[in-house]
Design a protein around this ligand. Structure first.
Ligand SMILES: NC(=O)c1ccc[n+]([C@@H]2O[C@H](COP(=O)([O-])OP(=O)(O)OC[C@H]3O[C@@H](n4cnc5c(N)ncnc54)[C@H](O)[C@@H]3O)[C@@H](O)[C@H]2O)c1
Length: 311
């Protein structure tokens, strides 16, 4: 698993251990992931290499030392990073997957589950968005992801590799980064409130995202493994489209916050609308995601329990 010390990757690591994975190897340079996220998994035998997927020789070294069947490629640098270092955000997404595809082509592992993102679609030109929606990346992060998807598809066509693409919409849940410029909107809002600050909405708050709990994403990915043909992609969504304005208000309300919500300037290239259909996912696998209200309440409880004392 690349990026296995991050938010989604670490939950996938936990699930794979629960399902009885024979050996679990995590490759993560800890750019954003943390040792805390995989402490329990390491105690159960998962091995961490603090290495960079952009270096082919680092990957070769690891793959020669372990008998690896399947790679879940979660390594990425968060979308917000592409506003600070656009070129490297793009490069990480592209170089990482190319290095993996080369190793797969040489027979060092058999199956690749590559993590794309809803960001590759850009703003919805029709709703709900299915897998045939045009690819219109608005950031270099998304452009790198779109290029990575094309690389996977072309390697499958050229070399018959067993590789498929899962495309999650916005995830939320425990372990999502809650601090600094790369934080997710739910954890940073919770953190601001717990620290006695004011929640913020960037732009008009009408920009929408389609939110799914990380446990549902992991569940869907595990099921797609057997169901999704090579070279194909599937949206991973719970069909829960909400505006950022509504979301911040809901978080504030659930946390008992009654103060002002600060308005900040929006970012020019932010996606305006994400509203997904998970019809294909439901055709492929049995998928019944949890309700957003329940998932959000449980997530905020987790942040209160684990971070509240430190805030
Ligand atoms: N979180 C979401 O809402 C969301 C939505 C759609 C798609 N995705 C995709 O799911 C995957 C996991 O996302 P996440 O939210 O867990 O992100 P994350 O930032 O929490 O995890 C990514 C991990 O990759 C590691 N990493 C970064 N650069 C690396 C490199 N060069 N070499 C090795 N490791 C590196 C980071 O340290 C981090 O642990 C990503 O591919 C992302 O694009 C996430």
């Amino acid at each position: 698993m690349t990026g296995g010390a991050g938010f989604i990757g670490s939950h996938l690591v936990d699930r794979l251990i629960l399902e009885g994975a024979r050996e679990l190897v995590v490759v993560d340079n800890l750019f954003l992931g943390s040792l805390d996220n995989i402490a329990a998994a390491r105690a159960k035998g998962a091995v961490l290499y603090r290495e960079d997927v952009e270096f082919p020789s680092s990957l070769e070294y690891i793959f020669e030392r372990h008998d690896i069947d399947v790679v879940f490629n979660c390594a990425t640098k968060a979308l917000n990073y592409s506003f600070m270092n656009p070129s490297n955000a793009f490069a990480t997404n592209v170089t990482g997957v190319l290095n993996l595809l080369e190793l797969q082509r040489k027979g060092l592992f058999s199956t690749l589950c590559h993590f794309s993102t809803s960001e590759v679609y850009g703003t919805a030109v029709y709703e709900p968005m299915d897998e045939a929606h045009p690819i219109h990346p608005t950031t270099t992060y998304a452009a790198g992801k779109a290029a990575a998807d094309l690389a996977v598809e072309s390697y499958v066509r050229m070399f018959g590799l067993d590789a498929f693409i899962v495309r999650p919409f916005n995830n939320y849940g425990p372990r999502q980064n809650d601090s600094g410029p790369l934080a997710g909107v739910i954890p940073i809002t919770a953190r601001r409130i717990m620290e006695g600050g004011e929640p913020e909405i960037h732009g008009d708050g009408l920009q929408s995202r389609d939110f799914i709990h990380v446990h549902d994403t992991v569940d869907a990915v595990m099921q797609c493994y057997d169901a999704l043909p090579a070279g194909e992609s599937v949206n991973i969504s719970a069909e829960n489209c909400i505006t950022i304005g509504q979301l911040v208000e809901q978080v504030a309300q659930l946390m008992g916050y009654t103060g002002p919500i600060v308005r900040k300037e929006g970012r020019g290239s932010d996606v305006a609308c994400h509203n997904a259909t998970s019809a294909r996912l439901k055709e492929l696998v049995g998928f019944t995601p949890m309700s957003f209200d329940k998932g959000l309440a449980a997530t905020l409880e987790w942040y209160r329990d684990t971070k509240g004392a430190k805030a």
